[in-house]
Design a protein around this ligand. Structure first.
Ligand code: NAD
Length: 294
């Protein structure tokens, strides 16, 4: 148990992700021996957004580490909606592919919602298809969106049970905030979702036993917004440049001061980021097992 006087314990997503990837590597070896093929993940990327390119490279390297085959395609910025839809359909039909992911954001001329809806829900590695979102709402088994699933897995690892706790999620995106709120609800927390229109955010945040930030605003959450002894999960990833012109990543939470009063806290980087990639691998292996009935 982390002691309040010593500062918060670190929820070490990087270490857990490494352990999970080792387990997945073993699982893939065993399953490959049974089925005769490895799981496959296809990442479709359009355009030259450098952040997206770095994420895609990270995902492909992680696939390689655990023995998942990558069928990634990098398409030019001017790729049409029809061409991308055709690619998705082809991947839906491709038996080597168990997971399909469209790297967001897409260039403005493309309708990402319409494209995500064309992914076969059983290959929806990101868990963003309405069928999988619907399964989450109904509490049914299905592919769960990677970042919120990574948050839940990290809490579980540290035996932090949401049951009976007040969880506050700041952020209501389809990618993180909304599905995470539903997952916390499923785990029997009492859940509040706060967002950019929430009055007195500080008071709402301070009422949380478990506070999750998925905002995208550098160090918005300060120590006066956190209940002493709370669990703080920082999903935010913000790039800042310091006075020397050096750039680094920081979260939505002012780490140094909040870690003095919280019981547990995630670092940025090294918290939820590595868990997100690992849950993508987990989802791909899960789909593969479902599809091959292994
Ligand atoms: P988004 O922009 O879609 O949503 C941000 C949410 O924050 C919105 O719901 C908005 O209402 C809320 N918000 C904005 N300003 C606010 C304010 N001042 N007060 C209260 N609420 C406010 O972003 P997203 O896709 O959900 O991502 C959120 C952050 O998480 C980003 O920094 C993103 O880079 C990061 N992220 C990290 C991972 C990871 O693997 N760690 C994965 C996905 C997203």
């Amino acid at each position: 148990m982390a002691g309040l006087l010593d500062g918060a314990g670190l929820l070490d997503g990087k270490a857990l992700a490494a352990r999970m990837q080792t387990e997945l590597t073993e699982q893939v070896k065993t399953l490959q021996a049974q089925s005769g093929r490895v799981p496959g993940l296809a990442v479709l990327m359009v355009g030259d957004n450098p952040a997206s390119a770095a994420y895609v490279r990270g995902k492909e390297k992680a696939c390689e580490r655990v023995g998942i085959a990558s069928y990634g395609t990098h398409l030019p910025t001017d790729t049409s909606q029809a061409e991308l839809a055709r690619r998705i359909q082809a991947l839906n039909q491709d038996d080597r592919v168990d997971g399909i992911l469209v790297q967001l954001p897409l260039p403005d001329h493309l309708d990402s919602v319409a494209l995500l809806n064309q992914i076969d829900p059983d290959k929806d590695a990101d868990g963003l298809h309405p069928v999988n979102m619907g399964r989450l709402v109904r509490g049914e088994t299905g592919l769960r969106s990677c970042t919120p699933a990574g948050v839940m897995r990290l809490l579980e690892e540290y035996a932090i049970a949401p049951q009976g706790k007040h969880a506050v999620v700041i952020g209501r995106s389809i990618l993180v905030g909304k599905p995470l709120a539903l997952m916390l609800l499923e785990a029997n927390a009492t859940v509040t979702i706060a967002h950019s229109h929430t009055p007195d955010l500080a008071a709402v945040a301070r009422s949380a036993d478990i506070l999750v930030t998925a905002i995208g605003k550098t160090e918005l959450v300060t120590a006066d917004m956190v209940k002493p002894g709370a669990v703080v999960v920082d999903v935010g990833i913000n790039r800042v440049t310091d006075a020397n012109g050096k750039s680094r990543l920081v979260g939505d939470v002012k780490f140094d001061s909040v870690q003095e009063i919280a019981e547990w806290i995630t670092p940025v980087p090294g918290g939820i980021g590595p868990m997100t990639v690992t849950m993508l691998l987990h989802n791909t292996v899960w789909s593969y097992r479902q599809r091959l009935a292994l």
